[in-house]
Design a protein around this ligand. Structure first.
Ligand SMILES: C[S@@+](CC[C@H](N)C(=O)[O-])C[C@H]1O[C@@H](n2cnc3c(N)ncnc32)[C@H](O)[C@@H]1O
Length: 384
């Protein structure tokens, strides 16, 4: 009787502990995702007195893997329409039925040695750097892949992912769970304003003088495509009327094939369009229930491909771009990986082309190859 009581008490305690850990991870995801009104931390080249436009997980610099890119966590509803988020939603954390039915003793554990193996593997494959204090996140996310393969230990999954034949098939799924895909339309408006008002007219006039009528933009690490499509809309609205003879090609790329599929679909939820000026929303989208569907003219200028920024042979195939946006991804890399990726981005640009990186990112200590150019409330890096 005494033993039975002890076992039941231990099971309940273990279940509580698991629930607590799970809540902590979800709350951390939520907190990061909806971190409104906080400063982005110091960067060296960023202009001062710039208002903080971005409340995303990336600005914290934490390699927190992805929750769905439309911003939903579990079944927590997305923010209400408009640009505001109701903080009360932070309390409405959905408990997945699967968690409630969990047998308390079953959760696989990742020991330190296994964590190091996975950490090194993920880094080697895609440059994403998980520090020791993010072990619980890597553990939680990779646990999903164990479940998908009906495996019980992380070592079994490690054997699978590191055996060359099976790894080829599994890698995209691993990338899906270790990446964070937060994005939305018109994410950093000063960048798009600099592009529209200064950079594109400058480049297009130079091209016109040379008889070159094609402009190419790359949204590297595009996630589900909102950044690439923002530029496509802006070009249709503001640039094409001034430069009618030009062809505009926008390439969106990402390592996560699931978000690329979403990008290709051109269908978005309220969360993605929450920063969208009403004019653009009315003109370039149709409604399908609670979904926003992009018009073909916006989609036709954009194509999406899978590119691993940390894979130099693939990066060498990416050439001839006039503008590259590589925003809110470098923060997941360490300095060595950043240096490699930024050197490859430099090579991908045409002479006189521009690179944009995220609001909270900097090339300080990463590259001296570019000229820093200041615009109102933003900066860009020019290849001279
Ligand atoms: C936070 S999102 C940024 C999306 C968009 N650029 C923006 O600023 O809104 C970061 C994206 O980088 C992608 N990513 C991470 N590591 C990558 C790599 N090695 N190569 C290509 N994409 C990567 C992720 O899959 C994710 O979609």
């Amino acid at each position: 009787m005494h033993n039975e009581k002890t076992t039941i008490t231990a099971s309940i305690a273990s279940l509580y502990k698991r629930l607590f850990t799970h809540y902590t991870v979800m709350a951390s995801d939520l907190f990061d995702k909806f971190r409104f009104g906080q400063g982005a931390g110091n960067t060296n080249n960023r202009p001062t007195n710039t208002p903080q436009p971005d409340s995303s997980p990336e600005s914290s610099g934490s390699a927190v893997p992805n929750t769905p890119s439309d911003g939903n966590v579990g079944n927590t509803p997305p923010p209400a329409s408009g640009n505001t988020f109701d903080r009360s939603q932070l309390g409405q954390v959905f408990i997945p039925p699967s968690l409630l039915s969990l047998d308390s003793g079953n959760a696989p554990k990742m020991d330190d040695a296994t964590f190091k193996k996975f950490r090194d593997f993920v880094y080697e494959q895609c440059g994403i750097s998980f520090t020791e204090n993010k072990k619980y996140l890597l553990e939680g996310r990779i646990a999903k892949r164990l479940e998908a393969h009906n495996l019980t230990t992380f070592d079994e999954y490690y054997r699978l992912i590191s055996s060359s034949a099976a790894a080829r098939e599994e890698l995209p799924s691993l990338f899906e769970v270790v990446t964070i895909n937060e994005t939305y339309f018109f994410r950093n408006p000063p960048q798009f304003e600099a592009l529209e008002q200064v950079i594109l007219p400058e480049i297009l006039k130079a091209k016109q003088a040379q008889g070159n009528k094609k402009l190419r933009i790359w949204s590297a690490a595009s996630s589900s495509g909102e950044e690439a499509y923002t530029m496509s809309m802006m070009i249709l609205e503001r640039i094409k009327p001034q430069f009618p003879g030009f062809t505009f090609e926008i390439v969106g790329s990402d390592i996560n094939t699931a978000v690329l599929e979403k990008a290709r679909s051109g269908v978005f939820k309220e969360y993605s369009v929450r920063n969208m000026p009403a004019h653009y929303l009315n003109k370039y989208f149709t409604r399908d229930g609670d979904k926003y569907v992009l018009t073909p003219e916006v989609r036709n200028q954009v194509k999406f491909i899978c590119v691993n920024l940390y894979d130099t042979p693939t990066m060498r195939t990416m050439t001839g771009f006039d503008v590259v946006f590589c925003c809110n991804v470098l923060i997941y890399f360490d300095t060595i990986a950043k240096q490699q990726v930024v050197a490859d981005l430099y090579d991908a640009l045409n002479k006189s082309g521009y690179l944009f990186i995220g609001y909270s990112e900097s090339l300080h200590g990463v590259s001296k190859a570019f000229k820093l150019v200041h615009f109102p409330k933003t900066i860009a890096y020019k290849k001279e």
